[in-house]
Design a protein around this ligand. Structure first.
Ligand SMILES: C[S@@+](CC[C@H](N)C(=O)[O-])C[C@H]1O[C@@H](n2cnc3c(N)ncnc32)[C@H](O)[C@@H]1O
Length: 267
């Protein structure tokens, strides 16, 4: 049994972080993950494109926030390090930026060192925790020592909220945002069946067949995360279109990218 800090890596069972790493062309996956990823790719042949566009959204969104004065970031569902990581993007704009990464997968913990090599002026920290325990995250000493919660923080939930099915996700996000100061932001991407219901139904079924709970949410369901928040332009939109630096993406992406993206401000 392979362990990290006493936590079993569970190489017998596919994990979303390792599947994503495989699809992004990484090296940190096991045979079970590759088999699951192959099933997912059969369901959604564009999955690698979707993963790349999702990652590009993350880069654009956090760079935008750094350029607009945000200096603290809380990234939950970080994944296995993939360059450029969030801290590298924001510290390029503002070297003093502070970033706390959170994931519940021991494989991410095993690679956390790569997430902690930020600029000397800034700080990065890693918290091994679960999104479904938001109080544990906001009360953790590592987070409190790194982020000043009296100042704005960008909370990023990129390609993670769909892994928490049911209505509990709304309370979780509300709890996290309640701990953050006015002027904070929510940054999110989320799987949706709004643009290609058949492909996404097959995608959901292939994750579920691999015992990874997942729920696609509609535009209306994703808009519920925006309660008491101000949407940043261009609003709730497919993530490949969000401030895409004027680069035209092929028209076919409008049905091939099954994800909403948003950036919103807590007033
Ligand atoms: C698809 S990856 C996204 C990685 C990265 N955010 C990105 O978009 O490039 C989803 C990540 O969320 C993590 N994750 C899933 N459910 C989680 C939970 N309940 N608590 C913490 N992390 C979770 C997985 O371990 C994985 O690393």
């Amino acid at each position: 049994m392979a362990e990290v800090n006493g936590v079993d890596l569970r190489q017998d069972k596919p994990h979303s972080a390792r599947i994503y790493d495989y699809l992004m062309g990484g090296k940190d996956f096991y045979e079970v993950d590759r088999l699951a990823a192959d099933q997912i790719e059969t369901a959604i042949p564009d999955v690698r494109l979707v993963a790349r566009e999702n990652r590009k959204f993350m880069n654009r969104a956090v760079r935008y926030l750094a350029e607009n004065g945000v200096r603290q970031f809380l990234d939950i569902g970080t994944g296995i390090p993939t360059e450029p990581n969030l801290h590298q993007v924001v510290q390029t704009v503002a070297p003093e930026s502070r970033v706390v990464y959170v994931d519940n997968d021991p494989i991410v913990l095993a690679h956390a060192r790569a997430l902690l090599s930020g600029t000397p002026e800034g700080r990065t920290q890693y918290v091994h925790a679960d999104l479904t325990a938001p109080n544990t995250i906001v009360e953790s000493s590592e987070l409190r020592e790194t982020l000043d919660l009296s100042q704005p923080v960008a909370l990023s939930l990129i390609a993670i909220a769909h892994f928490v099915p049911g209505a509990q996700i709304y309370d979780i996000v509300r709890t996290l945002l309640a701990a953050l100061a006015p002027g904070s932001y929510l940054v999110m991407t989320h799987l949706t069946a709004d643009f290609d219901a058949e492909t996404v139904a097959k995608t959901v079924a292939s994750y579920q067949a691999n015992e990874i709970p997942i729920e696609a949410r509609s535009e209306e369901q994703v808009a519920r995360f925006l309660e008491n928040l101000e949407l940043v332009e261009p609003g709730l939109i497919q993530f490949h279109k969000w401030r895409n630096d004027g680069i035209e993406t092929p028209k076919s992406y409008d049905t091939r990218i099954p994800g909403w993206g948003l950036v919103a401000r807590k007033p």
